[in-house]
Structure formats: structure tokens, C-alpha cells
Design a protein around this ligand. Structure first.
Ligand code: ZN
Length: 284
């Protein structure tokens, strides 16, 4: 059994504010240890369940958060910023199951450091008309290659949301959201035991439970509302785009992969334009 892990940072055990997971801040090094702790717990659970190989995609920010020497030596770690599939990089190799570690709620909703994919440019995302969170954006890319997402960890908001949208998914809630910048956190040693046990259960039940990969059969539309018109304008330089509102860009695809890769390109371009907050901060 081959297991794929994609790790974000905002939903990691003990993390409760954005500054902890952005390099250059005083608590960032501490946060990296917390990230490694949750990953090692998931990896241990995977091998407990009989995995032969575990691939970890360091998917937060520039992909340089996890230090390989902090990790279980049985993993293969994917690091670095320039990844065509970004938070789903490596999934194209094909796996038996995927685990989402440290994910978070969508922008605009209650949730610890809730946001959607890109800070400063993105307001909302829809997939074929349905509002989606980042875990769904990435889950469908993993599902395109036939791999089911069987586990997610994060705060109580994202785990409840995932249970509603992914039938049969296993979850571990590592903290309860108080606000975007505050949480009641369970001790990381305790959540590590919870993650290890639940990942093991999720993988042992693959055969009996048959969790379906997140897939879309028909043509795909990913709509994104950016925070500024200038960002939507910039995003339109990506392929397969259509402007459907002053700040909304539609990414078309004959399948999910085509729409997702257009989305990644357009959203990268949009991010080169600062919204009013970024412009204001530059002038201070
Ligand atoms: Zn994220």
C-alpha cells in the first residue's frame, strides 16, 4: 500500500495564529517542530496499517517547512516552491490513499486562520457552482488520479465540513476554533496518538469502506472571486479563462486537471497584484 500525505500548516496541532506559520516570525521554528510531530504521527499510523511507502508533500507556503531530518526516515519528502500541482504535487504518481494533515476552513467562514489557497487575493472559490474549501480544491486533484482522501486533521470547523462533503472520511480534530487567531488546543503529544490511531484505522478500512475518490465526470468550472479587479484582470492571462464578473474569473477544463492547472496559473498571476491592504501596508 502506497500512501500520499499533503501537509498544510494552519490546522496543525498547537497552531492558533498566522504569524506562527510564516517564516521570519519568532515562533516559526517552534511551529516547524509541531508540523513534524503531526506528520510523524500520520506516518507511524500508515506503517502500523501495513503501508510500504509514504510520500509527504510539504504543501504550505513555499514548501520549505518540514526538515527531512525531523521526519521518520521511512518517508519520501517533496519540498520546494516550484511544483506544477502545488498542494497536490506528487499525487500524479498514483497512491492507494491520501491523508490531508493540518488543513483549515475556507476564507470568510469561522475557523482558525481560515483562508482559501492564496492570502491577499482570494475571496471565494466555487467548483461547478458549489462553494468549496481548500481541502476540496486539492482533494479533487488527488481524486483525478483515482486516489481517495481517507483522512483529514485540523480544527473542529474543517473536520465537520469534510464529514459533510466526503462520505466516510476519517477525521481528527486537534483544536477547537475560538476565532481566526485563537483556539483551544489539545496537547500535541495527545493529538499525535489520536492521529496515529485514526490514520491506522482509516487505512485498515480501505477495503471494507471503499471511500470514493473525489471526482467530477462532466466538464469542470472553477470560479474564483478575487479581492480586486486588478487581480482578476491579471488572472485572465492564464489559459482557459472567462471573466464572469468584475472580480470573478472562471477556469474551464474538459476535466479537473485542466481547470486546476489554469486556476494555479491564474491565481499565481493574480497574487502579483496587491489588494488595497497590501498597497496600504507598502505606503506605511
Ligand atoms: Zn492552506
Amino acid at each position: 500500500m502506497k500512501v500520499y500525505i499533503t501537509m498544510d500548516a494552519e490546522g496543525i496541532s498547537g497552531i492558533y495564529k498566522l504569524a506562527q506559520v510564516i517564516p521570519g516570525n519568532s515562533e516559526y521554528d517552534y511551529a516547524r517542530k509541531l508540523m513534524a510531530g503531526d506528520i510523524n504521527a500520520a506516518v507511524a499510523g500508515a506503517f502500523d496499517a501495513g503501508a510500504d511507502a509514504v510520500f509527504v508533500n510539504d504543501a504550505h507556503n513555499n514548501g520549505d517547512n518540514l526538515r527531512i531530518t525531523d521526519l521518520d526516515e521511512r518517508v519520501v519528502l517533496c519540498s520546494g516552491a516550484d511544483r506544477p500541482y502545488t498542494m497536490a504535487e506528487g499525487a500524479q504518481k498514483g497512491f492507494d490513499a491520501a491523508l490531508l494533515i493540518g488543513y483549515h476552513a475556507r476564507k470568510g467562514s469561522k475557523g482558525v486562520i481560515s483562508h482559501s489557497y492564496a492570502y491577499g487575493s482570494m475571496v471565494e472559490m466555487w467548483l461547478n457552482g458549489k462553494v468549496i474549501s481548500e481541502y476540496e480544491l486539492i482533494g479533487y486533484m488527488i481524486g483525478y488520479y483515482g486516489t481517495p482522501v481517507v483522512f483529514i486533521s485540523g480544527d473542529d470547523i474543517v473536520t465537520a465540513d469534510a464529514k459533510e462533503n466526503v462520505s466516510g472520511i476519517h477525521t481528527v480534530t486537534v483544536k477547537e476554533c475560538i476565532s481566526n487567531g485563537a483556539a483551544s488546543c489539545i496537547h500535541p503529544n495527545v493529538t499525535a496518538r489520536m492521529i496515529r490511531a485514526e490514520v491506522k484505522r482509516a487505512l485498515e478500512e480501505i477495503e471494507t469502506k471503499q471511500i470514493k475518490p473525489m471526482t467530477i465526470k462532466e466538464a469542470v468550472k472553477i470560479d474564483v472571486r478575487y479581492s480586486a479587479e486588478a487581480q482578476a484582470w491579471k488572472a485572465m492571462m492564464a489559459p482557459n479563462t472567462e471573466r464572469i464578473g468584475e472580480t470573478i474569473v472562471r477556469y474551464h477544463g474538459k476535466d479537473y486537471k485542466e481547470a486546476y492547472l489554469a486556476f494555479v496559473t491564474g491565481t499565481g498571476l493574480a497574487g502579483t497584484f496587491g489588494d488595497d491592504v497590501a498597497l496600504y501596508n507598502k505606503c506605511k
